[in-house]
Design a protein around this ligand. Structure first.
Ligand SMILES: [Zn+2]
Length: 341
């Protein structure tokens, strides 16, 4: 399986091919295609098309070997948890039911370092892609330092990171940086439309302009209609709206809702939700407090407590942001006011 083609990455890819650095740090917001970019760059570096042909050509033996995950001069380091989502799961690993690790194993890093010292199989280059480099723990990162500093000839190292500041400074300083910006809105919308997403603009906003993230939301069953209805359902304390959501997704969504409610309360425009889906009237001090609590919660990425109980109490917090309505029609009146602005 080859990585999907993301048109907004074409220009940065051609620029990256001009860069001669042996180690490149690909960074930018999550959900714009860091892995896809790294894979496409590796494919281009290994492509055997002749001079004057745009690489990767997609037709030569090397390109086909990349597509079938069989190129001997390409190595990918991934945490176990990303193997299946990115199409690199093998049958044997699929049978294990242990929770897949989110770290890249140090044995794999050491093995990859040894691999970089082996001779070329096909003669273009040897490319090691580490996605994301922030999934290497300190010992792994330290093991890689010497290779980053003095790689064997013709070895190219491609590291990705959403937040390069999380990498050891010694790793950062040995890489040339390549920033992937958010794609132009129209290109992102067009790509989502081609994938059959209804109301792509709503989901692209929901994802903060990151098209792969918008597609992931749709894949989780969160379509534009569900997203638009969400603030109102949460306002009513309807926990079934988010019952099947993984906790990180819920926390991130509540942070977005909180951001937008604060923006609206301060007279600004929302960023993630359609303006007419948001009820005004939540008090700024309550929102500020809620924002602090959510931020604190989202820093714990492994939650030891009962996730569904936590989800329920989080939803109850949303409903409490608005002063209690005097009658059952309070929410309805507020919504009419919003629509009439
Ligand atoms: Zn090719």
């Amino acid at each position: 399986m080859s990585a999907p083609s993301l048109p907004w990455l074409d220009a940065p890819l051609q620029r990256a091919l001009q860069q001669r650095a042996h180690a490149l740090l690909i960074h930018g917001p999550a959900g714009v295609g860091q892995y896809e970019f790294g894979f496409a760059l590796a494919r281009a570096l290994l492509c055997e098309a002749g001079e004057g042909t745009q690489r990767p050509c997609g037709r030569c033996t090397a390109c086909h070997l990349m597509d079938t995950h069989g190129h001997p001069d390409f190595k990918l380091l991934l945490p176990e948890a990303l193997r299946e989502p990115l199409g690199w799961q093998d049958e044997e690993a699929r049978k294990k039911d242990a929770k897949p690790s989110k770290w890249i194993r140090i044995e794999d890093v050491r093995q990859a370092i040894d691999w970089t010292h082996q001779s070329l199989s096909r003669g273009m280059a040897k490319v090691l892609l580490i996605h994301p480099a922030t999934a290497m723990q300190e010992a792994s990162a330290n093991a890689l330092l010497k290779t980053l500093e003095e790689p064997a000839p013709q070895v190219r190292l491609l590291l990705t990171a959403t937040d390069p500041e999380l990498l050891l400074p010694t790793i950062r300083s040995r890489c040339q940086r390549l920033a992937l910006p958010l794609p132009p809105r129209e290109a992102a919308l067009e790509w989502l439309r081609e994938r059959g997403l209804a109301q792509p603009a709503v989901l692209l906003d929901a994802a903060g302009g990151r098209p792969l993230e918008a597609q992931a939301l749709a894949g989780e069953g969160i379509d534009a209609a569900a997203w638009t209805a969400l603030p109102q359902r949460l306002r009513q304390g309807d926990a079934t709206a988010v019952a099947q959501w993984p906790l990180p997704r819920l926390l991130e969504t509540l942070l977005k809702l909180c951001h937008d409610l604060m923006a609206v309360a301060a007279g600004g425009a929302p960023r993630y939700f359609p303006a007419d889906s948001l009820l005004p009237g939540a008090a700024l001090p309550a929102l500020a407090q809620w924002s602090r609590e959510l931020t604190q919660l989202s820093r714990h990425d492994e939650h030891p407590w009962n996730a569904s109980l936590l989800a329920e109490s989080l939803v109850a917090q949303v409903a409490a942001l608005w002063p209690a309505a005097k009658s059952g029609t309070g929410a309805g009146r507020a919504r009419v006011t919003t629509l009439g602005r």
